[in-house]
Design a binder for this molecule. Structure first.
Ligand code: NAP
Length: 542
């Protein structure tokens, strides 16, 4: 079956690609492994899953009608509400008829002769197109570490990133969870509420601050609706792609204490003052000091105040000490937001096992064996994250010119031009690929910008009777060195920091900082300049 464009992935990036390219008169087919739309929000159905970007901003801006009609029940939405939104978008714009579900792409091969991308699926079907868009997501391949004896476990095994659609009944069950990143931190309080007993296996303690738990007020939503053009414009100029729009008409007056000014920098405060401010305003206040992310002394002052704050929240001092992050600083990993995380460890039906001091020996048929003993379990939950940024691309069997494999090209880390294309792979685009702001930006804003860029690029080629576009080797090398240059010296790349941004969570993965940390506006400007310069850094041919 032949189309103008093939899109791999039916999450938000794939859905918008279908909408945008169909609207410019192209024939489009999207192939999606899941049974429905939603991507991340389709797969991550674990109890407690929710977004860490406000919903009024984490939403599409391409349709005025859409943003006027959709109601968000909470300021930061739960997974079910975001998935409902994805379904609404699919229905409203009649996207499903372009999407083939339950279809995983196993090979993505360029046929030089006909200038075609040929995709093979797990069902043995073949699709061809002139253009291929990999809308495969940045956090879409679950990481399940190979733990000794894992296959022998006789109970139920779950992964937060592949949570079943059917309700999982944990009542009366002894549940274990491995991992305390964003997914673990979100699900642990919920699992504790549902299970008879929860055991948390923690390898590295996390910095987490309380999430905003407010219900959406109709007046706030209305004010956003009235100002959406200004908000979408604001997103384009904000480092992380959120507008920072503050409703003025509908805001509630804050208490005098909450509005009391705090200094810009944490180093302006004495250690006692830092602890007092954390005690009165909560751990989240530490994120508001400017110097915490740019000055190592300030960072270590914030880390100390954080630890002091946590000590006060945990009843058992031994448990508190285990929960304190000590080996890396705030800001090195993506900030985690929680609801009742620390309070959960004060429950009598929750046990914390610190794998640093009580290492995991093996998984057994009945539970998890650590040095100190066996924890018997009925259910084992892996909250062990993802093979991020490159994982899905490297599993799609991508081969370009002369059979060049993307896996070979990226053996020492991803090399791509602006996270949009790689040399050797003409007419193949990646949405929010490595080297673009992607996960450091509001994803919906990053997705729309990339898909619009790709759509405009295809129009440019067609208008100029050009058939291929390909990033040059020189352009991608110079872009990668710019990406590294911008990341150098930030908390993200500190030697003590081992995050998935660096691929450090996957054994054997090259340690490279993958997203672009120079900010969305700067990145967007580069993209615009490239176009204004006649697609500088790309080679187009007729
Ligand atoms: P993650 O941040 O990579 O955390 C994985 C956890 O599993 C870590 O605690 C890790 O410990 C542990 N782990 C991995 N392998 C292990 C092993 N062999 N033994 C013991 N522990 C092991 O993954 P995530 O929590 O799924 O989050 C990934 C990203 O997804 C987030 O940073 C965020 O961008 C996104 N996300 C966002 C939200 C939200 O919007 N609120 C929610 C969930 C996820 P180590 O630290 O020691 O490696």
């Amino acid at each position: 079956m032949h189309y103008d464009v093939l899109v791999v992935g039916g999450g938000f990036a794939g859905m918008y690609s279908v909408y945008r390219l169909r609207n410019q008169g192209l024939t489009v087919k999207c192939l999606e492994a899941g049974s429905d739309v939603g991507g991340t929000w389709y797969w991550n159905r674990y109890p407690g899953a929710r977004c860490d970007v406000p919903s009024l901003e984490y939403s599409f801006g391409f349709s005025e009608e859409l943003q006027q009609e959709w109601d968000w029940p909470e300021v930061f939405s739960a997974q079910a509400d975001i998935l409902a939104y994805a379904n609404h978008v699919a229905d409203r714009f009649d996207l499903r008829r372009h999407i083939q579900f339950n279809t995983r792409v196993t090979a993505t091969e360029y046929q030089e002769d006909g200038n075609l991308w040929c995709l093979t699926t797990d069902g043995g079907e073949k699709f061809t197109a002139r253009f291929c868009i990999m809308a495969t997501g940045c956090l879409s391949v679950p990481n399940k570490p190979e733990l000794p004896g894992a296959e022998s476990f006789s109970g139920q095994v779950l992964h937060t990133g592949l949570w079943p659609k059917d309700t999982v009944d944990l009542q009366g069950k002894r549940v274990g969870v491995i991992g305390t990143g964003s997914s673990g931190v979100q699900t642990i309080p919920e699992l504790a509420r549902q299970a008879e007993h929860l055991t948390v296996f923690q390898r590295t303690p996390v910095y987490t601050v309380p999430a905003n738990r407010k219900a959406m007020r109709a007046a706030v939503q209305q004010e956003f609706r009235e100002n959406y053009s200004q908000i979408r414009e604001g997103q384009q100029h904000n480092f992380g792609g959120t507008s920072q729009f503050s409703p003025v008409k509908s805001v509630k007056r804050k208490s005098p204490d909450a509005t009391k000014k705090i200094p810009a920098n944490i180093l302006e405060l004495t250690p006692d003052e830092r602890n007092e401010i954390v005690a009165s305003r909560g751990l989240g206040v530490l994120l508001s000091f400017r110097d915490v992310y740019s000055d190592l002394e300030a960072n270590s002052a914030a880390n100390a105040a954080y630890r002091e704050g946590v000590r006060k929240m945990i009843d058992n001092p031994d448990v508190a000490e285990k929960l304190l992050p000590k080996t890396y600083g705030l800001g090195c990993k993506r900030q985690v937001l929680d609801r009742d995380y620390y309070a959960t460890f004060n429950r009598t039906d929750v046990t914390l096992i610190d794998l640093q001091h009580d290492p995991l020996i093996s998984i057994t048929p009945t539970g998890v064996q650590t040095e100190a003993g066996l924890t018997e379990l009925d259910v084992l939950v892996y909250a062990t994250g993802f093979d991020a940024m490159t994982g899905a691309l490297l599993r799609a069997g991508i081969r370009g010119r002369a059979g060049l494999s993307l896996n070979d090209k990226w053996r020492d880390g991803p090399v791509a031009y602006m996270g949009l294309q790689a040399n050797g792979f003409p007419n193949l685009f990646t949405v929010t690929g490595p080297g673009s702001p992607s996960v450091l930006c509001n994803m919906l804003v990053a997705i729309e910008q990339h898909v619009n860029w790709i759509g405009d690029c295809i129009t440019y080629l067609d208008d100029n009777q050009l058939t291929t576009i390909e990033a040059t080797a020189a352009a991608e090398v110079s872009w990668v060195s710019h990406v590294n240059e911008v990341a150098r010296g930030t908390m993200f790349t500190a030697p003590t920091c081992n995050s998935w941004y660096l691929g450090a969570n996957i054994e054997g993965k090259p340690r490279i900082f993958m997203p672009y940390v120079g900010g969305f506006p700067r990145y967007r400007q580069y993209c615009e300049e490239v176009v204004a310069d006649g697609y500088k850094g790309f080679e187009c041919s007729a």
